[in-house]
Ligand binder design. Structure first.
Ligand code: ADP
Length: 163
């Protein structure tokens, strides 16, 4: 049985994340989308909201489970008995950060391997951050995120709409 973990902030879960999850679910027997309780980044959604939105978006994938975790990824991996970390790569600009992260995780837990999946070209520009930026200025985000995420974002009134 191959079991991989796809960790991230998922604030919010986008169609780019969904693409990596769907493709990962075809490769690995079991895939855990692991929502990080991030203490550094100021999140738009709480970890519980992020977990629920990610679960809703992946409900059609029977071998995908969404969990949240606090602390070190490698400790979570050990608890879940998984040795494979799945990450997505969009551009060269992702590489340095991802490379450092993979090296650090390898140092902390030599039994783990990081697998990178290259983005589908149509999602290469898409990030949670850009979705939040577009939303903040009242732009259309419907085509960038799963329907449940869109619904929840709409419930938050973008600042422009209040002017
Ligand atoms: P983090 O907060 O850990 O940087 P994110 O939640 O932004 O993570 O993303 C989680 C993972 O998904 C990262 O490996 C990121 O590179 C990848 N990812 C994000 N958006 C896309 C996309 N549009 N296509 C492919 N991979 C993506």
């Amino acid at each position: 049985m191959s079991k991989a973990v796809y960790p991230g902030s998922f604030d919010p879960f986008t169609n780019g994340h969904l693409d990596i999850t769907e493709r990962g679910a075809r490769i690995f027997d079991e895939l855990i989308v692991a929502v990080l309780v991030n203490s550094e980044k100021q999140a738009m959604f709480s970890v519980e909201e992020r977990r629920m939105m990610s679960s809703e978006a992946t409900v059609h994938l029977p071998n995908v489970k969404v969990m949240s975790f606090d602390g070190l990824l490698v400790d979570f991996m050990r608890r879940e008995r998984s040795r494979v970390i799945l990450r997505g790569l969009r551009a060269l600009s992702d590489f340095e950060y991802e490379f450092q992260l993979a090296q650090m995780n390898r140092q902390l837990a030599p039994e783990t391997e990081t697998f990178f999946m290259v983005t589908d070209a149509k999602f290469s520009y898409l990030s949670s951050r850009s979705v939040k930026e577009v939303f903040k200025f009242g732009g259309a985000i419907q085509e960038f995120v799963p329907p449940g995420v869109f619904r929840r974002m709409r419930e938050r009134i973008p600042p422009r709409a209040m002017e």
